[in-house]
Design a protein around this ligand. Sequence first.
Ligand code: FES
Length: 232
Amino acid sequence: MQLTLRIQRFNPRRDERPYYREYTIEADAMERVLDALNTVKWEQDGTLTYRRSCGHGVCGSDAMRINGRNRLACKALVRDHAPRITIEPMLGFRVLKDLVVDMEPFFEKYRQIKPYLINDDEPGETERLQSPEERHRYDEGTKCILCGACTTACPPFWVNPGFLGPATLVNAHRFVFDSRDRAASQRLEALTSRNGVWRCRTVFNCTEACPRDIEITRLIEDLKRGLLFDKM
Ligand code: FES
């Protein structure tokens, strides 16, 4: 089929403001939007810039707005968006070039909640054991690939870029409810700060945007309940 890609372009060294450029290509309906971007880059315009790596929804590097919604380009099929696809960078982050945004503020917040297992107890002879029920408690959050699609779909984040955001809160959930972890109290300062979990207004945009189908809003509500009822 004939496919038109309307892509937001911006080179801060040259352009005063972003603009849109259209490309028409031949594409198969079952191709992914990432394939269509590759066709443009490899056959029409090598200056087009975007991130991608795994190509299979694992690395999280190609999150972008596809017809107005945050998607991974490698998981979005052409047939679901054709014949005309508008592609833009995620909202709320500084655009470095075309579809590439500066993710450093995102990861800076992620680091605030200490996203790793902390346990200074003397380890036993074997691994730290955990029951299937204890593992299930935080299982949902382990699916996060840190693509940023949820955080940049979140209205409270748009109006307050200091908000930790859904992705960071999902990862906080993953560790504070891990029975092997001993550092929930160390994470409380960030979680209860003015930019912490209470900034969430339960909009559900994050859940809709997540390419891994994580029930993000439910996990954030779980965190809030844990804080309110001292379950951490
Ligand atoms: S390229 Fe890795 S998630 Fe899409």
